[in-house]
Design a protein around this ligand. Structure first.
Ligand code: THU
Length: 163
């Protein structure tokens, strides 16, 4: 007989107060994400998002949100970085993705969290390369680091669900 079961999913992440507490490679990626904001084209929302993606070979690919007067035609910073990496460095696994959001020039105090669409794209590349994609979310009061996309997207939908 089947019985109902209440279950709970927990996620793990590390919180840092400042980049100084991080590994040098992560600190460098945080600085790159902050720099990447200069590429943001966000005249409509004025929310400037920067992303920096480190590949396993050490290459850093930058991204920034790109908006459009036809709103749905725009794209998030994370996806511009991931798609640029996919297009320009095919076959090179993604290692760590750092993301920062800012209202104008003011970086958010608490880390801005990636949208669901970007999490799904992260999940795809993580599975494609069979390599955990670490994610760093940057705020001025806290920085969060996730060891894998699963921690940002529990119960991931992927091709294993498709017959
Ligand atoms: N945005 C990102 O770049 N990344 C996210 O994960 C969430 C939102 C952008 C899209 C849009 O240009 C602006 O932030 C406001 O939603």
């Amino acid at each position: 007989m089947r019985t109902m079961t209440d279950r709970r999913i927990t996620i793990d992440y590390t919180e840092y107060s400042t980049p100084d507490e991080m590994e040098p490679q992560d600190r460098e990626l945080v600085a790159a994400a902050l720099r990447a904001r200069t590429g943001s084209y966000s005249p409509y929302s004025k929310f400037r998002v920067g992303a920096a993606l480190r590949l396993v070979d050490g290459t850093i690919v930058l991204g920034a949100n790109q908006e459009n007067v036809a709103y749905p035609s725009g794209l998030c910073a994370e996806r511009t970085a991931m798609f640029a990496a996919g297009a320009n460095h095919p076959g090179v696994a993604f290692d760590t993705l750092a993301i920062v959001g800012a209202n104008g020039d003011d970086v958010c105090e608490l880390p801005a969290a990636p949208c669901g669409g970007c999490r799904q794209v992260m999940a795809e590349y993580q599975r494609l390369y069979g390599h955990p994609l670490k994610v760093i979310l940057i705020g001025t009061h806290a920085i969060y680091k996730f060891a894998k996309v699963d921690d940002l997207l529990p119960l991931i939908f992927d091709s294993l669900n498709v017959e």
